[in-house]
Structures are given as C-alpha cells and as structure tokens.
Write a protein that binds this ligand. Sequence first.
Ligand SMILES: *Cc1c(COP(=O)(O)O)cnc(C)c1O
Length: 436
Amino acid sequence: MSTPGSKTSGLDTRTSEVLYSRAAGLIPGGVNSPVRAMRSIGRDYPIFVERGAGFELIDVDGNRYIDWVCSWGPLILGHAHPDVIAAVTAAAERGTSFGAPTPAETELAIVVADRVGSVEMMRMTSSGTEATMSAVRLARAATGRAAVLKFAGAYHGHVDGLLAEAGSGLATAGSPASPGVTEAQAADTIVIAWNDRAALEAAVERHELAAILAEPLPANMGLVEPEPGFLELLRRTADEHGALLILDEVISGFRVARGGAQELYGVEADLTIMGKVLGGGLPAAAYGGRRDLLSLIAPAGDVYQAGTLSGNPLAVVAGLATLARLDERAYRRLAELTVTLADGLRAAAGDRPVRVASAPGLVTPFFSAEPVRDFAGGTACDLAAYARFARALLDRGIYPPASQFEAWFVSLAHDEAAIERTCEAAAEAFAAALEE
Ligand SMILES: *Cc1c(COP(=O)(O)O)cnc(C)c1O
C-alpha cells in the first residue's frame, strides 16, 4: 500500500509491459477491444490479467487490484462465482455447442419474460452489437421506415449505421463517426442530445422514424440519468408517430433492478436489447419484446437473423446461474453497496469540482463542477484530471474504468472493506489529479 501523501506507489507491472509489446505486433493496439488499451488515461500499456477472484483482479506480475470494471458489466456476481463456474463446467462436459436447440434456452427466455414485462419473446445472439443490429432491422421491417433516432454519447455496439454523430443542423441526418462507415449508412441515423425535449420534437416532425433507440439509463457517456418524464416522453412520442421504442438495456438490464431500467422508471419498450449480465461473463445477448414483432423473425417470419453460437449452452447456463442469484435481497444489497461507494467517493473528493452520479450497481465520478445531463456535459469534463485520477488509483491497487465515459460497475462480491480501501486511495488520487 502507498504511504499517505505519496503521489504514486508505482506498482511493478513490467511483465504486462513485455506482454503488451509482443501483443501489439499481432493484435491492433495489443487489444481485442479499444478501451482495454488504457490509452485514454495516458498509459503506455494495459495491465495484463492472470486471474480474477470475487472483487479482485490479479495481474501477471502478481499485483492485486480491487476491480471496479468487472468485465464492463457482465460480472454482477464478481469473478469466478462458484455457481457460475459449476454450471459452465457441468454444461461443458455435455458438449460446448450443438447448433440445435437445448432446453436451457427456453428456461432463460422464461426467466427473462418473468422479469421484464415487455418481453414476451426473445431471440439470442452472441453480442450486444448483433442484438442491436437485429432489433433495428426488425423495427425497419415492422414499420416499413428507415430512419432511427439515437442519442449522442449513447453506445449500442459497433453497428455501422449507429456509428454516427449529429449532422450539422438540429435533427438532421447523421454523418459517419468512423472511417469505413458510409454517408448512406449514417444518413438513416438521426442523432440528438440526451434529455433534449425540443430536439426530439424537431426530429419527429422532420423524419419518419422506424424507431427511437435509447439506453434508458445511459452509461456509456458516464452515467447520465434521464430527467424526470423524459423516458415517458420517448414512449409517448414513439406512439404518436408510429415509431417503435427500442430500449438498450445491455448495461441496465438485470442490474439496476430485477426488471432493469424499465422496472426502475416504469416505462415499457416495444423491443429490449439485453447482454452483459444476461450471459454472466460468457458471450450472450438477446433482443426481445412484443410477440407480434418477434414473430416476424425467421423462421417464424421472414426477417432474417441467425448465429452459429447463438444461445450457446455454456453462455445460457452462466446467465441462468447469474440471474438465479439476483433476487430482491441481492438488489437491495447492490443498491446499498453503490450508495456507500458513491458517498465515499463524494467525501474523498471533498469540495473539488467532482460530481458523482450513481444508480444501483453503477457509479461515475465526473470531473465537472456542474451536474452532467448529456454527452456535451460529459465531454466538457476535465478528462486529463480523470486520467491522472485513474492512473493514481491503479498505482494504489484500485482498478477503475480507463475512461471518464465508462461507468464503474459495482458487484455483489464487493464489500464495505473494499469500498473503504477504494475511497482511501481515491482521496489521495483526487489530490494527485487536481492539485498538481
Ligand atoms: C456493451 C454495450 C453494447 C454492445 O454489446 P457487445 O456485447 O459489446 O457487442 C450495446 N449497448 C450497450 C448499452 C452497451 O453497453
């Protein structure tokens, strides 16, 4: 542990450095998903993981960290939960993939439908990206319309057409947000600011929307709650204009409440996108919703969508084992741990310009004097200070998301002692970040 007042304790991570230099020649940026590289917090190389246990990550040099990333959401029970490992091991012994239906897939659909009132049927995929892509295709098929409205700073996976940013004028067609995305693909995506009622109004006047697509509790621009009535407005607007409401609950689903953000805020989607917790740490995602809509999917209907590993038996039992632990008591505990962490980070920040946002199972310390209500507020944060803060935490054995725009993920494996250690380190890290 670091001595009080020291800026860094400088953990020895030289094996990670060596492994990174080997990986970087073979894998773009040395990683299989960009944020893992830790570039946005100014590190030269990421921490390579040896294993995880409960709330801890152990790196290849033997350093132990309190993990607030938890695989970016799936590990709501923490690392290597015995129930999940037992279920996956037993399933693997019976075979890892069949390309044929198994009983557990229906069991999982029953559990999901029981939790999320708006989900009458669902189709599984292996990633949230595929689930969003398929839900958008379904919405276009069902409505006969092309345009989809999304919110700036919301992330729905790396679907071409959704890698779009706001066009030049209010509520105009989007433009590509990545090389390789064509103007035509981005043109059917309308991008407006989160919590912006006037922009929503303008967008539906101008465009025949197939769908309004939203993270009901955005957690990919940091955590930014919907303002009171905003989700209800999305629901009403979709209904009035003949568009579908697609709620992307890949993060919020089975985390913020038993039935996700739809339960927390009392709003129902036409289509819901699920992932992360749904697969309990294995690759699983799904889109679900109204029976009349899902009945359009092949082979029940003619909207094509498929997947070799969709509904994979290992992933399905990992999801079932995870959801089985998530009863009302578990959600009360998760909410309690989250409040303790959020309050502790607020106390650690003191009167520095930091705003800690939180919802059950999710926390974001924004380096901002003002509350953050949309993506513009997120990008206005002191990103360099967040980077210093995150590096200082890593040096103290605390593993935070390597980006101001990613939420901290609380798990049921965390406890008060882990939170106390985190907040002690955070007090030093805030000082290191903001008083240089
Ligand atoms: C992670 C995420 C996705 C994409 O899921 P992948 O499994 O990474 O493809 C989609 N939507 C939201 C809200 C997410 O957080």
